[in-house]
Ligand binder design. Sequence first.
Ligand code: SAH
Length: 216
Amino acid sequence: MKDSYYHKGLRKKLVASLKAKGIQDEKVLAAINSIPRHFFLDNAFAELAYEDQALPIGSEQTISQPYTVAFQTELLEINKGEKVLEIGTGSGYQACILSALGAEVHSLERQENLYLKTSAFLHQMGMTQIRTYLGDGHEGLLRKAPFNKILVTAAADKMPETLKEQLTIGGVLVVPIGEKTQAMYRIVRLSETEFYAQVYGQFQFVPFQKGIEVRK
Ligand code: SAH
């Protein structure tokens, strides 16, 4: 796949539109500018890769809207070298954005077919530093915990308490919660037992489902 000047131009425009919509963190904008989103889509959707919209990636899942990716990433306030758990690998796009910011990325997916396809794709792209796992995000990833940051990219129906327990002190969890639309929660772990929550506007995600789904 090629990242042409045409694609680079479209990406610059997308970044400018994200800025106009309120994304301020220059490092996040630079990360979005550095990752060719059309690589993560089937040819049929590649034309739309730089529109600010969610798109199908197969298995009834979507690559999140660029604004949503930027908003969640901005809330995480990633510093270089931080250990980050992403829940919902999907296409692998968000994982690449986190990696571009210098995070040590661990990404969990519940659908075996997406897990296999995206793991192979990330390898092929040379993103071998991103670690992918098949598992149910409700359980987190205890064997790699604690994490400085945890990002959920599917809609939870309630606060995932297990994930809060896998944060370092000072760690941040970003999770969309709600049924038809979701509010974005940013939780900071203040101590072993205390957490601080901030809530942001409305978003729309695919559901955070229970259990893993093996390939048919
Ligand atoms: N971050 C992705 C967006 C994926 S959409 C990207 O950049 O493309 C949400 C993903 O979460 C889907 O792939 C879905 O299969 C996955 N998912 C849903 N429930 C999950 C769970 N309990 N554990 C892990 N992944 C889950």
